[in-house]
Every structure is written in structure tokens, then in C-alpha cells.
Design a protein around this ligand. Structure first.
Ligand SMILES: [Zn+2]
Length: 214
């Protein structure tokens, strides 16, 4: 996910940049790069993580490099073409030298209440921002990189912006993207850019990809 505070840095300036692994793994690719709309992996329901090994931890570490290079505040595994229920966040103000790196594995939300709307962007939809309605208060249950279960209660209305980020990223694990939440009027504003991305994808791959059917 991208937020307005990082907006000046929104472009993924070197889309060919990848992050190499030293650990060979059949589950996680050696090279990671952010995929963009309409790549079909963004529409897949991601699989649960059942093995908490060094390859998983190495993958998460490389996801942070990928996200930091792209100036993101959240990144889900499907966005680097790995259909696993993993996402990472770091919503602290990096320009002020702060960091709050977190890994969320097999996450689920319980006891959701209320709604809040915030402006969101997404590394897989560069340059597009829109206000999206999310739950206001909830508890998220997730595993860490060693398989231990954690739970955290978040209250967006009380200032937990992390609550917006995790809802955005959790959507990616279910094959949903933030533009799915937009009204027709909001969609009209970004339709031209979506069409351009669809054209670029078809040109590069010869396939239409998973295009938005609205
Ligand atoms: Zn996203």
C-alpha cells in the first residue's frame, strides 16, 4: 500500500529491479519484483502458510527490500507473484528514520465494528489514489515468521493507521484489490490509467490479464 505522505515517491522508478535470494527454495522465487494490474496473480485466493522455515524468513526479508525500494508501507506476497497468505507492513515515517517492520502470516480479522474512510494507493496500481471505506475497530489474529500466533486490536478512529494498511493488504490475500471498493464515480477518474495498464500488459505478455469487469 502507498499513502499520501509518500506520494512524492510514488513511482516505482526501476520496475526491472529485483531482489535476489541466496537460499534456493521451491516455494519462494529467487528474484522478487512487484507485479502490477492486471497480472492474474492479484486475483488469486492465496494459500495458507504451513511451513515456517528459513526460506520463509528469507522471503519476508526480501519483501521488505522490495517494499522499501518502492517506497511502500505495505506489501502482500501476491504482489511479488507468490500466492501465499503473507503480507508485510512498515507504516512508520521512514524519512524521519523510524521503522516498524511487521510480518503478518495467515491473518484473519475478528470482531470488526464501524467504518472509516481513508485515502489509499497500491504499489500494483501506481499513481492511483482513492478514499476507501474500511472497518474502524477490529482484532487481527496472525502468525509470526516462527509460526507463533499473535493477536492485535486496532482502532483506526483512534489513530491506528496501521489498521487501514492491514485491511488493504489482507484483501490482496483474497484476490481483492482496492479499486474493487470504489464507486463508479471514483472509478471514472482512474479508468483511463487502468486501460493503459491493460494495454501495456497485453503488449508485454500477449494475454489480457485479469481485467476489472466494471
Ligand atoms: Zn495493494
Amino acid at each position: 500500500m502507498e499513502s499520501r505522505q509518500f506520494r512524492v515517491h510514488l513511482h516505482i522508478s526501476s520496475p526491472g529491479k529485483t531482489f535476489m535470494s541466496t537460499a534456493a527454495s521451491p516455494t519462494y522465487p529467487a528474484l522478487l519484483s512487484v507485479v502490477q494490474y492486471p497480472h492474474p496473480v492479484l486475483r488469486k485466493h492465496a494459500d495458507e502458510v504451513t511451513v515456517f522455515d528459513d526460506a520463509l524468513r528469507d522471503f519476508c526479508e526480501r519483501m521488505f527490500l522490495c517494499m522499501e525500494q518502492a517506497k511502500g508501507i505495505g506489501l502482500a506476497a501476491p504482489q511479488v507473484a507468490v500466492s501465499k497468505r503473507i503480507f508485510i507492513t512498515d507504516h512508520a515515517r521512514r524519512e524521519e528514520g523510524q521503522s516498524d517492520r511487521r510480518v503478518w502470516i495467515n491473518p484473519r480479522i475478528v470482531n470488526a465494528e464501524g467504518t472509516s474512510a481513508y485515502e489509499e494507493g497500491c504499489l500494483s496500481f501506481p499513481g492511483m489514489y482513492a478514499r476507501v471505506e474500511r472497518c474502524d475497530r477490529f482484532t487481527i489474529i496472525y502468525h509470526d515468521v516462527y509460526g507463533a500466533e499473535n493477536r492485535l486490536s486496532l482502532d483506526v478512529g483512534a489513530g491506528d493507521f496501521l489498521g487501514v494498511v492491514v485491511q488493504h493488504e489482507l484483501d490482496h490475500l483474497d484476490g481483492k484489490v482496492f479499486v474493487d471498493h470504489l464507486t463508479d464515480a471514483q472509478l471514472t477518474l482512474i479508468r483511463k490509467r487502468l486501460r493503459e495498464m491493460e494495454k501495456d500488459y497485453k503488449k508485454a505478455t500477449g494475454k489480457p490479464g485479469a481485467i476489472l469487469r466494471r
